[in-house]
Design a protein. Structure first.
Length: 255
């Protein structure tokens, strides 16, 4: 039996600054706990949901309760929160950086607050506090054709194909998630090799994290790259440029 493949919205976070590091997801055992309360955005070993990203997506899908009033009003949209993973893995300091309908914003926060403790980040061999983000796209009917975009700040686009959104079903969670051909470490290495720190931003000491979304088509091609949140126009454009260079991905699948 053939397995259908779907268009999928994926999110990537790129850090542009004086030092671009490749993250590791390997954890050593029995690491000491740091005495510092500093919150790291780029730790040596990143925080991770127990069981990995696929388990987190499964948790979100199983926990989601679409607000009835939002359903009646056909409210949809993207919600993105940043938060701190504490040294004991609990989550705190929730901060919304991309809003949709107020009820959807509240539901996304409820889901995050219901999550089990994460595996905390480590930096220089110690367990530390770290900041990360989780995007959630609320859609009433995954079989319905996308009919519009949520209200949001102005965005930058690259390789945009409006007909893809208008004429196809777009998913954010599927049975088998899309993958970069060479895995997460390969994606980090690709970004590190291709990123070019914009001269103007470097001279002004501007750096930061850029959160982007893009669509992985059924053939693995990448399109509709956009900045959801970013600190500077030049950095945003560089993030889009780098993501636009990516080769085809392994597309998502739904059984």
């Amino acid at each position: 039996m053939s397995i259908p493949k779907f268009l999928f919205v994926f999110f990537a976070c790129i850090f542009i600054g004086g030092f671009v590091a490749e993250h590791s997801v390997v954890m050593a055992q029995d690491a000491p706990i740091s005495n510092s309360d500093r919150i790291f955005e780029e730790p040596d070993i990143i925080q991770i949901y127990p069981g990995g990203t696929s388990e987190m997506h499964r948790f979100i899908a199983n926990t989601l309760k679409y607000p009835e009033d939002a359903r009646e009003r056909k409210a949809q949209g993207l919600v993105v929160y940043t938060f701190v993973v504490e040294k004991d893995g609990t989550l705190s300091n929730f901060n919304i950086i991309h809003r949709a309908d107020p009820l959807l914003n509240e539901e996304a926060l409820r889901i995050l607050q219901a999550m089990p403790p994460w595996r905390p980040a480590r930096h220089k061999g110690e367990i530390v506090r770290s900041e990360t983000y989780v995007p959630m796209y609320f859609r009433l009917n995954q079989n319905a054709i996308a009919s519009g975009k949520p209200v949001q700040p102005a965005r930058n686009y690259s390789k945009t194909k409006p007909e893809i959104i208008e004429n196809n079903t777009i998913y954010t969670i599927v049975d088998k998630m899309p993958q970069y051909t060479y895995g997460e470490s390969g994606l980090s290495a690709f970004i590190a090799r291709n990123i070019r720190y914009p001269r103007e931003a470097r001279q002004e000491g501007i750096e930061g994290r850029i959160l982007c979304s893009f669509i992985v088509a059924s053939d693995g091609s990448i399109s509709n790259i956009e900045v959801v949140d970013g600190p500077d126009k030049a950095l945003n454009e560089e993030a889009i440029r780098v993501l636009g260079l990516m080769p085809k991905w392994i597309p998502g699948e739904n059984n």
